[in-house]
Design a protein around this ligand. Structure first.
Ligand code: AMP
Length: 406
């Protein structure tokens, strides 16, 4: 397997089908079950379903399978609301075979749980981020994880851009490879994004500007159009001197946001920002919503979704493009009253797929929007990794892949 991009040399990484895994061998599999949860229920199970090919392959080879994943941002200690426990019955249903659960992902309890498996047995271990060593890429924690297996399979595409213990650390101690999900993602993103059918449009939303500025800068070299929505759009609007009321703002990023707009202008990439907004006094499900008449937001209000006029011209932009990449919701879609903009973008993407455009949606929140709209099957490709797919597009080498290279 040679993951590549036009800008960087190929990395040589083994695939799961390249390894000979004898019966009863313990295999540690890093999956990405970081799925948005609402009231203890998963909003979208695409990420779980997409790991089935690797898991079924390993089950058939008679391996003992230990699954590790993170969920949310629990800050290095156990927090009940971030437990992976609900994922076990979910996976069990999808696999059609039993999935055990263990309340810790490292140490003697986890080691015992793996040892107790029969050939072809599966145990899901508790959230990696209940240990501070995960995000710190602590070598001792990586070693403790590695003790659970004799082989390591990396199938967490959505976590490949993080240099954590379970991505960058574990492969130092175990023979490692990539699973079928990671292979599928890399092949698709390489093939399509390396040589997109033009016009190539990116729609970027979500809350955090800081996460995405680097990507936006790089992407401008490849794009024909850029649509910015969601909470991050307000920092761009503020950078243009437009009043945004109490909306989300990353003040220290306004200068860089302005640079993105200027670069887009210089490169003749059409860059669109919301022109009207759904606004509220405070974020709560039953808040009274209003729509602004223009770009500016009154001082006592905050923007929670793109407005109907914006939906209209974003939709027109989508209708003109032949390759469309979407990452990040257009508003606080978790609250129904603020989800119309994101749902409308999902509809426009489905229409684009129907007329033959290549549509790619990346990231847990965007997948949750598709699921809410019932349109998951109407995209050309649903990527399980938002950040990872963005960084691949940016031409970066992903630490989780680098660690497996030989
Ligand atoms: P990110 O992790 O940066 O992709 O952001 C995803 C989150 O952005 C989702 O949980 C949305 O609720 C949130 N979001 C989208 N639009 C807004 C907004 N206008 N204000 C606050 N949060 C937002």
């Amino acid at each position: 397997m040679k993951p590549s991009s036009p800008d960087k040399p190929a990395l040589k990484v083994k695939r799961v089908q390249d390894l000979t895994i004898a019966k009863s061998k313990r295999v540690l599999v890093r999956v990405d079950y970081n799925v948005p949860l609402k009231n203890g229920r998963f909003e979208d199970i695409t990420r779980i379903r997409e790991t089935l090919p690797t898991l079924k392959y390993l089950i058939e080879s008679g391996a003992k399978i230990a699954l590790i994943s993170h969920l949310g941002r629990p800050k290095g200690k156990p927090e009940a609301k971030y437990s992976l426990k609900p994922a076990a019955p979910q996976l069990e249903k999808l696999l059609g075979s039993p999935v055990a659960f263990c309340g810790d992902c490292a140490g003697s309890a986890a080691e015992k749980a793996v040892a107790a498996l029969k050939p072809g047995g599966v145990v899901l271990l508790e959230n990696l981020r209940f240990h501070a060593g995960e995000e710190a890429n602590d070598p001792d924690f990586a070693k403790a994880l590695a003790r659970l297996g004799e082989f390591f399979v990396q199938d967490a595409f959505g976590a490949l851009h993080r240099a954590h213990a379970s991505t960058a650390g574990v492969p130092k101690h175990l023979p490692g490879c990539i699973g079928f999900l990671v292979q599928k993602e890399l092949e698709f993103l390489d093939r399509v994004m390396g040589n997109p059918t033009r016009p190539f449009l990116a729609i970027i939303g979500g809350a955090k500007v800081s996460d995405k500025l680097g990507v936006l800068n790089k992407l401008l070299d490849r794009l024909d159009g850029l649509v910015i929505g969601g909470g991050m759009a307000y920092t761009f609007l503020a950078a243009q001197g437009i009043s945004i009321g109490k909306s989300l703002l990353e003040k220290d990023k306004t200068q860089q946001a302005q640079e993105v707009i200027e670069k887009a202008y210089a490169k003749k990439v059409e860059c669109l920002l919301p022109a009207d907004h759904v606004v509220v006094k405070e974020i709560k499900p039953d808040a009274e919503t209003k729509v602004t008449q223009a770009m500016a937001i009154p001082a006592d209000l905050l923007g929670v979704d793109i407005g109907p006029h914006t939906v209209e011209f974003f939709t027109e932009e989508i209708a003109k493009a032949n390759t469309i990449f979407w990452n990040g919701p257009m508003g606080i879609f978790e609250i129904d009253a603020f989800s119309k903009g994101s749902l409308a973008i999902a509809e426009a993407m489905a229409e684009a797929t129907k007329r033959g455009a290549v549509t790619i949606v990346g990231g847990g929140d965007s997948l949750a929007v598709l699921s809410k709209a019932g349109l998951t099957d109407r995209m050309t490709h649903c990527s399980t990794g938002g950040g990872a797919s963005l960084e691949l597009l940016e031409g970066k080498t992903l630490p989780g892949l680098q660690a497996l290279a030989h």
